[in-house]
Design a protein around this ligand. Sequence first.
Ligand SMILES: *Cc1c(COP(=O)(O)O)cnc(C)c1O
Length: 375
Amino acid sequence: MTTMKKPATSPGVLEPVPGILDIEPYVGGRAAAPGAQRVFKLSSNESPLGPSPKALEAYRAAAGQLANYPEGSSRLLREAIARVHGLDAERIICGNGSDELLHLITQVYCRPGDEVLYSEHAFLVYRIAALAASAVPVVAPEPRRIVDIDAMIARMGPRTRIVFLANPNNPTGSYLKKGEVKRLLDALPGHALLVIDAAYAEYVDEGDYESGLGLASANPQVIFTRTFSKIYALAGLRAGWLYAAPEIVGHLNRARGPFNVSVPAQAAAAAAVEDRAHVAQSKAHNDKWLSWLTHEIRALGFQVDDSVCNFLLIHFGHEAGKTADDADRFLMARGLILRGVRNYGLPDALRLTVGTEEANRLVVAALADFVKARP
Ligand SMILES: *Cc1c(COP(=O)(O)O)cnc(C)c1O
C-alpha cells in the first residue's frame, strides 16, 4: 500500500464523514507518453478491437433523444442482458459502470464501523467504497497472488458486512475455482453479503470456473457484478450491471440515482450485449495474443503469472537498472504505456493489457531490448 499522509482540514472547512480522508484518490492508467511519436495505451485493460459497430450505431442514433431523461430502470438494457444470459430482468440493476454499483452496495448495507473484507491484491475500488461508507477495510493476505480462501474465512467475524471477491482478479489475472468460491460462501456469516465482481468473466474458458451467476441465482447473500468496460470495449461510456435477489434489488433501487445510466449508454450497451459475434471475435483475439505474449515474455527470462484475463502481470528484479520502474521508463520512451501496480502491493511488477497485434509485437521487442540494455 502507498502511504499517504492524511490531509488536515483547514479551519472553517467542514470535516467529511469518517473514512473519506483515509482514501487515497484512485489514479487511472496513464494515457500519455511525453516525447513518444506514437502511443499504445496498454494500462487500463481496454479492448484493442473497440466496440461492436452495432453499439456505435445505437450510440449515434441516441443523439436524437438527448433532451429527454432516460428510462430510469434501464428496462431495455436489462431485458437484453436477461435474454443473452438467460436471466430474470427484474433481478438486474444497471449502473454507470460497475464502480457505481460497488459503491451503491456498500452505501446501502454498511453501517459505520462495519467490516468490508477483501484480499490483499484485490481491485482498489473495494477499499475506496468501504472507506466512503465509513466502513472498516479488512485485508486478507494473498501469498501467491491467488485469493487464499482460508485467509479470507479466518478474517470473517461479527462485524463482517460485505466480502468482495473479484473472480478473476485484477491485477493478478488469477481466478478461483467453483469449489473454492462455494467454500467461501459456505463460511459466510448470515449477516454478510458476498459480492462477486466478474468484470473479466467473458475471457475465461476454464471448466472449473463459475462466474457467480449460478450462485447469485440461488443464494440471496450473493450479488454478482459485470461490466461493459472490458470485452465490450465501452469503458468511456460507463455501463455495468448486477444480479441479485429480488429483495436486495429493492433495497438498492431505493438508493440508486433515478437516472443513473444515460440514454446513449443504455442504447449502446443493449446493442453490444446482443452482438455475440463481436464478443466472440474479441475473445478469439485475446486468446491468441494472451498466450503469445505469455510465452514470448517468459522466453525473455521474465516471470509472468498465468492469466485468464485480457492482461498479464510481468515481474522484474531488484538489480539497479532492471527494476519495474526502470522497465516502465524504458517502455514509456517508446510510447508503450503499461500499468505500475505498486498501489496494489506489487511494486516489482507491471501489468500489460493485451493490445493490437502491432502493440503486442512492439512490447515484446522493447522488452527484448530492455533485457540487452546495460544498466
Ligand atoms: C475494470 C474493472 C471493473 C469495471 O469497472 P467499470 O466501472 O464497470 O468500468 C470492475 N472490476 C474490476 C476488477 C475491474 O478490473
